[in-house]
Ligand binder design. Structure first.
Ligand code: FES
Length: 147
């Protein structure tokens, strides 16, 4: 079996929603502790709390590009609360899997989405539970890699 699924290769070669939103309502930037790669995510949110647009920029590897691309597709049109529930596992599943040693790259996408939503909440003065924004710890990553 190929190391990367067709979907991963497709999103890596033709990433969706790459770029920057100048008048974004939330911007999140996160770094990956494991590899030092960086990801920035921009979201545009309407009055109903729906994400109408989202873009990303990354200095990450191919898997980071593919997972971020898929993550933007999954949260566009959803509410910010739904975006917050997006797990890296869901992104990996939507891509038909990633090699174990690349699972940590998908966490970059999940955390960038969360950071952008947190920035949106902060800007709007919306109260939130800080527990929802805890970073994924290494042990959790390890478990993900074993599934
Ligand atoms: Fe750094 Fe993939 S190796 S995000």
């Amino acid at each position: 079996m190929a190391l990367y699924s067709d979907k991963v290769m497709d999103h890596f070669r033709n990433p969706r929603n790459v770029g920057k939103i100048d008048d974004a309502d939330g911007v999140g930037e996160v770094g990956n502790a494991k590899c030092g790669d960086i990801m920035r995510m921009y979201i545009k949110v309407d009055d109903e709390g729906i994400i109408t647009d989202c873009k990303f920029n990354t200095f990450g590897c191919g898997s980071a590009i593919a997972t971020s691309s898929m993550a933007t597709e999954l949260i566009k049109g959803k509410s910010v609360d739904e975006a917050l529930d997006l797990s890296n596992k869901a992104v990996v599943e939507a891509l038909d899997g990633l090699p174990t040693h690349k699972i940590h790259c998908s966490v970059l996408a999940e955390e960038a989405v969360r950071a952008a939503v947190k920035d949106y909440y902060d800007r709007k003065g919306i109260a939130y539970n800080p527990e929802d924004f805890k970073e994924t710890d290494d042990e959790e990553l390890h478990k993900l890699g074993e599934e």
